[in-house]
Design a protein. Structure first.
Length: 438
């Protein structure tokens, strides 16, 4: 009953949103009246229902109305449904030879509005719905204590999932496979499947994103294999990433030039010295390159630091762990703002233009950090470093050097263009809220 009521509310809201987008597109299209665009033939909602039906059918096929996804995963599924629906609609109109009765500009505008509005509407809908505990799914998590605690925290913090931990009145079960034998795992699964329709299993291998893996079925022997790729070492993926960087660079260059002029003037007025700080960093295939940053320190920074460390020896231990100082005396007033806003790294767009860096990737490590990467060195230095990356949006200064390395290896192994897009969006949030910046 609870699941049916929840899905009914979500479907009705989606229907209202899609109809609302129709009228928004209609009013916008009517307002576009130039000699370069054909006259718009008025379109009624009744003639557009088939488009909305196709969108619903595709979202249903993505299991949006039957499973509870994280916001980014669900957004990806919504956008995929809308893009496929767009091409299906155009193909249907062409095959039925009625494309002249429907404005292609109108249809294109409708889907563009839907791409922008649907994820936002879905987010606010769920935020409102899951304020009521009745609609939340009660989940029992069993197995490894560490993973149980991680999922408990995630269900508590990530309201979009609409889940909460409950040991007694639970609707579904999540089983951690870590430190459990095969026989014990099978017993646990069968135990809960006797009373529940489905059970979720946390894979023991946690450094692979299985969402992006292909599962092969061998029906004769009733076995499956899971294909695991090192995503950023696939040549096709590297080319996709290069194209993405090139397109992003074209769009960002005008903004970069304006900000560059403003930042350069501020640095020059605040302190003596050059606008750029240049330092050799480790690049792809262990080749070093000259990395650009806006200068954030005084010219006599080494002398200032030496005097400071003599008075604050505890900072030495802090640097060994996090590779940063808590209170760095070398930083200028403008430099402090640039670091807190991460604008000092904006200069690395020059490195992207030169083909030495990417917008998203591992951090550009200093030359003396090469050996500290240990066994991860080979993989991390196989790709271009990035202006931003997974570690920057996952805690930044709250992470140890090893934790940063682990995140970057995870990113390389599980790369996708969608994940680059998510990291860029999260970077904007981190920069605006100054989360973990120093």
């Amino acid at each position: 009953m609870k699941k049916f009521l929840l899905n009914s509310i979500i479907v009705i809201v989606d229907l209202v949103v899609l109809i609302g987008i129709f009228y928004l597109t209609l009013s916008t299209r009517i307002g576009i009246n130039t000699e370069y665009i054909p006259a718009f033939k008025q379109l009624s909602l009744s003639n557009f229902y088939f488009v909305i039906f196709i969108i619903f059918a595709l979202m249903y096929n993505e299991k949006i109305y039957s499973l509870r996804f994280d916001f980014w995963q669900e957004t990806k599924k919504i956008l995929r449904s809308l893009v496929i629906a767009y091409f299906i609609v155009l193909a249907m109109l062409a095959l039925a030879k009625i494309s002249m009765d429907y404005s292609r500009l109108f249809i294109t505008m409708y889907f563009l509005f839907a791409i922008l509005i649907m994820p936002i509407a879905k987010r606010y809908t769920k935020k409102l719905i899951y304020r009521y505990p009745f609609f939340k799914k009660n989940v029992l998590i069993v197995g490894d204590e560490e993973q149980v605690n991680i999922f408990k925290k995630e269900y508590k913090d990530n309201w979009y999932l609409g889940m909460k931990y409950d040991e007694e009145n639970y609707d579904t079960v999540v089983i951690s496979s870590k430190n459990i034998s095969l026989d014990a795992m099978n017993k646990e699964i069968n135990k809960y499947l006797n009373t529940k329709s489905s059970v979720y299993v946390i894979p023991y291998v946690t450094n692979i994103n299985f969402v992006n893996s292909n599962i092969m079925e061998y029906s004769n022997i009733r076995f499956n294999t899971i294909q695991i790729e090192n995503k950023l070492l696939v040549k096709g993926n590297l080319w996709i990433k290069y194209i993405f960087d090139f397109i992003a660079m074209i769009f960002l260059l005008p903004i970069f030039f304006i900000l560059h002029i403003i930042i350069s003037i501020a640095i020059k007025v605040d302190s003596n010295g050059p606008v750029f700080f240049k330092q050799h960093r480790l690049g792809r295939n262990d080749n070093d390159f000259l990395c650009y940053k806006y200068r954030t320190m005084y010219e006599d920074s080494n002398e200032l630091l030496q005097n400071y460390l003599e008075d604050n020896p505890n900072e030495v231990e802090y640097y060994k762990k996090f590779h940063k100082y808590q209170n760095d005396p070398r930083i200028t007033r403008v430099g402090k703002f640039l670091r807190e806003s991460s604008l000092d790294e904006l200069a690395q767009i020059i490195n992207v233009m030169k083909g030495e860096m990417s917008f998203v990737g591992p951090r550009p490590y200093m030359l003396n950090e090469s050996d500290k990467l240990g066994k991860k060195q080979h993989m991390i230095l196989k790709v271009h470093p990035g202006i931003t990356g997974l570690w920057q949006v996952s805690g930044r200064n709250d992470l140890t050097f090893k934790e940063r390395n682990d995140l970057e290896v995870w990113y390389i192994k599980n790369w996708s263009l969608w994940y680059d897009f998510v990291i860029l969006i999260k970077t904007i949030k981190v920069v605006l809220l100054k989360i973990g910046a120093k």
